[in-house]
Design a protein. Structure first.
Length: 340
């Protein structure tokens, strides 16, 4: 395996981890927006408690992916920034506004009107940001973005505003909401837990419908990726395992075994992201730009990889420790509440 291929797999791993961690945070904001019924404030409190102090740390994986990309594949990074300038800017604005809304609602203001306003900023940003992330993913594999010797030759709207791009954005929103609903059900109790369990089942059904729509649109608008998703060796095994994980998640929710459902839904969503990466088949922008012609110099990348390993050796234990401390404190708080 070449150094460029190692970076490609590291970028894929970072994307999967970001989807399972940061994606669930976005999903939590979506459920805060959609909180309804007599327990809506309890639902919003559950979201705020679950996101807590680790939501910002989850963005480390997105930063890691971006740094790897512009270091190893500068031509690809430049082409993406030009072709997808509009949705990328909207994603960045959404990430900033989402963080501001969450912090100002929780700590910055005491009057109810101000808290409600920043709460809406947090919630709508949590919905819009993953949608445009998904449209970017759809555009990159659609074949609508063309890159020639002089750079990007298509316009700013290519790919991401197509039905396929928009459906991919919608699927991203649904998957992140599904993750959050299952995670929140595992972290709550009583009627609030039932609320999130029911919503997870709805997202499973909606996700299946949207995923079918994405595949149908891909057959017309992204034929290269559709062929790899439907006819490539091992594709049906991936689909089968993904469907099995979804079935286990549904069964566990119905049986109220949310700890297992948390694991199975992570496998389910992780395999969807992995399937997209495998369908890209080392292409940064289909069909013109692969990791081998995106400007990367293997000798330079090979010198960087040891430092990447050192960074990951420091980063991963620190994030695990943060997660353990936070979840342990939250669990103790829940048990203390039951004792009272």
């Amino acid at each position: 395996m070449s150094s460029l291929e190692i970076v490609w797999w590291l970028m894929g791993a970072a994307l999967v981890v970001y989807s399972l961690s940061g994606g669930a945070d976005f999903g939590g904001g979506i459920w805060s927006l959609l909180a309804r019924g007599p327990r809506k404030e309890e639902q919003r409190k559950a979201v705020a408690d679950a996101i807590g102090p680790i939501w910002e740390a989850n963005h480390v994986w997105l930063i890691f992916l971006i740094v790897l990309m512009f270091t190893a594949f500068p031509k690809g990074f430049s082409a993406m920034g030009i072709a997808l300038h509009i949705p990328i800017v909207l994603v960045l604005i959404g990430i900033v506004l989402r963080g501001c809304g969450f912090i100002f609602r929780a700590y910055g203001l005491s009057d109810p009107a101000g808290q409600a306003m920043w709460g809406r900023v947090f919630e709508w940003s949590s919905l819009i940001t993953p949608f445009f992330l998904g449209t970017c993913a759809g555009a990159l594999c659609s074949g609508a973005i063309r890159v020639g010797p002089e750079g990007v030759t298509t316009g700013y709207l290519a790919g991401w505003l197509s039905p396929f791009g928009l459906l991919t954005g919608l699927l991203t929103v649904v998957l992140f909401a599904l993750l959050a609903a299952v995670y929140l059900a595992a972290d709550t109790e009583g009627e609030v837990q039932q609320d999130f369990g029911r919503r997870a089942l709805v997202m499973e059904a909606l996700g299946a419908l949207v995923a079918f729509g994405v595949l149908l649109a891909a057959s017309h608008e992204a034929p290269v990726v559709f062929e790899r998703l439907s006819g490539a060796k091992g594709a049906w095994l991936l689909h089968t395992v993904t469907a099995l994980a979804a079935g286990i998640t549904i069964w566990c929710i119905l049986k109220r075994r949310f700890a297992i459902a948390r694991l199975s839904v992570a496998v389910q969503v992780g395999l969807v992201v992995l399937g997209w990466g495998l369908a890209m088949d080392q292409m940064l922008i289909v069909p013109d730009l692969s990791i081998h012609n995106a400007g990367g110099r293997p000798a330079l990348v090979a010198q960087i990889l040891p430092w990447v390993a050192v960074g990951l050796a420091l980063l991963i234990p620190a994030l695990i420790y943060l997660f353990v401390v936070f979840t342990g404190g939250r669990r103790a708080k829940m048990e203390g509440g039951r004792g009272q």
